[in-house]
Design a protein around this ligand. Structure first.
Ligand code: 0O2
Length: 193
């Protein structure tokens, strides 16, 4: 079977590398300015063939290059995990200011958390006027929660009261959000001393 990405696989990889390099540059610049690395880690991936085809089917789209590259916007995915909330927004602003990048959509699941407690700032961007990418920016706490929730979601043999587990997960997400806010306040206090 031909790749759903057609002849674009290499270009998608190159675009991903360009984005990661730019994020590294932003990170180095912010580190030099403040003496503190704002990023805990970054991840980048091209959505696998199987996962892209599955997403097309789920959305009722034909399994074509146009669906994968134009209708669906996360063939390229980048995750930036930051130490502090402020860093999430500063990196967002710096990315938005890049001349080769256009922010097509912003989904702020930090200000408006998903009902299950999921928090993250998602940017749908278009790079070089050509390829779309989804950039997820979040704090370490948000990332830890999302990893755990993802793990539980795909665990097929969950025993116990699902409603209780869902409620507890939501409570943890809210507590972590409150901790993030406190950590940011502590950082601001240290900086103004
Ligand atoms: P992967 O493998 O992480 O890339 P859709 O993309 O159709 O699922 P939508 O509304 O277009 O939905 O995108 P949304 O919900 O803004 O963001 C989708 C991605 O955000 C997901 O990618 C996850 O990475 C992450 N995400 C969104 N909601 C949750 C959540 O409740 N829990 C966790 N752990 N992650 C979430 P995919 O598609 O799952 O695949």
């Amino acid at each position: 079977m031909d790749s759903i990405y057609g002849e674009h696989a290499a270009q998608l990889e190159a675009t991903l590398e360009k984005l990661l390099a730019e994020i590294d540059a932003i990170r180095a610049d912010m580190s030099a300015a403040t003496g503190m690395d704002p990023v805990e880690h970054t991840l980048g991936r091209i959505k696998t063939e199987e996962s892209m085809r599955e997403k097309c089917r789920r959305q009722g789209l034909p399994e074509t290059e146009a669906s994968a590259l134009e209708t669906i916007h996360d063939a390229i995915g980048v995750r930036v995990v930051c130490a502090f909330l402020d860093d999430v927004y500063e990196i967002r602003d710096r990315l938005a200011a890049l001349p080769f990048l256009e922010v097509v959509e912003e989904k702020n699941y930090i200000r408006h958390a998903k009902p299950n407690g999921y928090r993250s700032l998602h940017l749908i961007v278009r790079v070089d006027g050509r390829y779309f990418a989804e950039i997820q920016l979040r704090t370490i706490s948000m990332d830890t929660w999302a990893a755990l929730e993802h793990h539980l979601k795909y665990k097929k043999d969950v025993r116990g009261n699902l409603n209780l587990i869902t409620g507890e997960l939501k409570r943890c997400a809210d507590e972590l959000a409150s901790t993030d806010a406190s950590m940011q306040t502590i950082r601001d206090m240290i900086r103004t001393m």
